[in-house]
Design a protein around this ligand. Structure first.
Ligand code: ASP
Length: 326
């Protein structure tokens, strides 16, 4: 006899669009999915997996990382927008949330209005790296080399809207050169090709590049931080090497679908705050060049404020560069 399917909570939520209070009280009673906009093994994925572990500990529940890749990182927030607002689908996104509105002519989501902001996580600088066989020994030599070989050199990125795209954009505009850009679904595959010598240059977070720079497997020309990093002391900042003011900080935030019940949001904020204060998380991020935010920044208000100020910061710069994606 075929069994009549009962109306589970998820179906009920989908049907009536709200989460019953009992479900919010029991939260979380099953694994939570944390979406990441970029490929597995890359810098954002590394942050998400560490955070998933530490937040999962606080919530006493498993957090599964899902790489919802594509379109420069805009697929994942688009998916989050239509996810059930029950706290079982979350998103870890970075600075791209503040550049996408200016870069995309038609974006399926509004970063501030369409989501519940949970809080900030960690700030990570970037590094300008190249394949090992790249001739220039330092940044000064690299500048001349780029100008002389502008037609041949390739610059990898994780698509329009990624941090690597933004960094590359700023770099090319500072040098007034246009290189051939090669988009990937994340900088893990981009780095792979850089290691194989298929692409020449990449600007990428230290969360991924630190180990390759230390092992000498790539050439490193500078950091996008305002001061040198403790983890890579030998490496000058791009600002000190001749690009004054060149600074990109890849900040990260956790988001939930709009309409997630307040008791669930409160639990997520508490878990985020516990997670970012976990010494193991702080140490891991620190070793990779990241600076975990203070507890006061792991709040919805703080993430909203950062989002807003970063949108205000990047929009005119991107408009001036005249770069658009559809
Ligand atoms: N580093 C990438 C970016 O450029 C994303 C990633 O693969 O984590 O935004």
């Amino acid at each position: 006899m075929p069994r009549k399917p009962g109306l589970g909570i998820a179906a009920l939520v989908a049907l009536v669009g709200f989460v019953p209070p009992s479900a919010a009280q029991d939260y979380p009673s099953k694994p939570i999915t944390l979406m990441v906009p970029y490929a597995a093994g890359g810098p954002t994925d590394i942050v998400a997996r560490s955070l998933g572990q530490t937040m999962g500990k606080a919530l006493q529940q498993t957090i599964i990382v899902e790489n919802a890749v594509g379109a420069g990182g805009t697929i994942a927030p688009t998916k989050l927008k239509s996810a059930t607002p029950d706290g079982y689908t979350l998103l870890l996104a970075h600075i791209g949330m503040s550049t996408a509105p200016a870069l995309y002519r038609s974006l399926a989501f509004k970063p501030i209005e369409d989501f519940e902001q949970i809080g900030q996580v960690v700030d990570v600088p970037m590094t300008l790296i190249a394949k090992q066989a790249m001739e220039p020994r330092d940044f000064r030599e690299l500048l001349g080399y780029i100008k002389a070989n502008r037609d041949k050199l390739t610059l990898a990125n994780a698509g329009v809207g990624s941090a690597s795209h933004l960094c590359g954009l700023l770099f090319m505009s500072a040098l007034d050169v246009e290189l051939t850009t090669v988009p990937y679904k994340g900088t893990a595959p981009a780095l792979n090709d850089l290691l194989g010598g298929q692409v020449d240059l990449l600007c990428d977070q230290t969360t991924q590049t630190t180990q390759y720079i230390k092992a000498g497997r790539v050439k490193a020309y500078g950091t996008t931080s305002s001061t040198r990093l403790d983890t890579l002391k030998e490496l000058p900042t791009l600002a000190e090497s001749g690009l004054p003011g060149f600074e990109v900080v890849v900040w990260h935030g956790v988001y939930a679908p709009k309409g997630t019940p307040k008791p669930v949001l409160d639990k997520l904020v508490a878990a985020l705050q516990a997670g970012i204060q976990d010494p193991a998380f702080i140490q891991r991020m620190g070793e990779l060049g990241g600076q975990v935010v203070p507890k006061a920044s792991a709040t919805p208000d703080s993430l909203r404020a950062r989002l807003k100020s970063e949108i205000d910061r990047w929009t005119p710069i991107i408009r001036k560069a005249g770069v658009y994606a559809d």
